[in-house]
Design a protein around this ligand. Structure first.
Ligand code: CTP
Ligand code: MG
Length: 245
């Protein structure tokens, strides 16, 4: 972190980790999906801009494949100007390993860590700030997660046959951002490492330690570029955002 001293001039308590270290298998394009352009800039840049605009955030860690760090910086960061210090961490082979790698670059003085999928470009600074404020305003909570109530009817399926229809009202779809108190988030990673637990999001690591994680209601439109058809939805959503301005 050489060179960062004195640069952390915003409220230094919250660090953001933006995960951009996946290979985008389901998207299926060579070169991955994080640098795919929407509305004239890489999708990763959209997220960095949103986090940069949140006053509480004093450090942004971007996690990307080790061998492509130069390319990511030159395409998604350098051509744009950000007020927040940005550092780059090397991705691991799973999302969770990448999150841990990013966490290792967060200095101890940060009391909150907010995680985000770099493949969710539509996140707004307002929703990030609201999620962080929800955790900061609840002294007995360990985290806050953006999610929305499940929309489709859920089925339990075994060998191609429906064996149950659970009560949908208790199911939510979790997205990012997900913000946590740094201490329990670090302990949750250490615990998962020691017993080999691999979760599909960050909150699940804290839940298994008995942590209390709040839900912040978001919208389905904070989609993640995952499969090719998501691209068209993102292009349309960005176009609508521009037209509204
Ligand atoms: N991610 C990461 N490191 C990994 C795997 C995923 O940083 N080893 C990041 C992705 O870059 C993405 C987010 O975690 O921003 C959510 O993951 P996902 O949408 O699954 O992206 P990929 O793993 O790249 O896609 P796929 O699973 O289709 O290969
Ligand atoms: Mg993946």
């Amino acid at each position: 972190l050489a060179g960062l001293e004195g640069k952390v001039d915003k409220n230094p308590k919250t660090a953001a980790i933006i995960l951009a270290g996946g290979t985008g298998e389901r998207f299926g394009k060579e070169g991955g999906k994080q640098l795919v352009e929407i509305g004239g800039k890489p999708i990763l840049t959209w997220s960095v801009e949103a986090f940069d605009a949140v006053g509480d955030i004093g450090l942004i860690v971007i996690v990307c494949p080790a061998e492509r760090q130069g390319e990511y910086l030159s395409k998604a960061v350098d051509p744009f100007s950000f007020a927040t210090p940005i550092v780059v961490a090397a991705a691991g082979s799973t999302r969770q390993e990448s999150a841990f790698s990013g966490l290792e670059l967060v200095p101890e003085e940060f009391e909150y860590v907010v995680m985000h999928d770099g493949a969710r470009p539509l996140i707004s600074a307002d929703l990030i700030a609201h999620t962080i404020a929800t955790l900061k305003g609840n002294i007995d909570a360990d985290g806050a997660v953006v999610a929305h109530p499940a929309i489709d009817t859920l089925k339990v399926v075994e060998n191609g046959v429906i064996v149950g229809t659970p009560d949908r009202s208790v199911f939510w779809n979790a997205q990012t951002p997900q913000v946590f108190r740094a201490g329990i988030y670090r302990r949750a990673h250490a615990s998962a490492l020691s017993d080999g637990f691999v979760g599909t999001d960050d909150s699940s690591l804290i839940e298994r330690l008995g942590g209390r994680v709040l839900v912040v209601e978001g919208k389905r439109d904070n989609i993640k570029l995952t499969v090719p058809e998501d691209y068209l939805m993102l292009v349309a959503a960005v176009r609508e955002r521009y037209l509204k301005q």
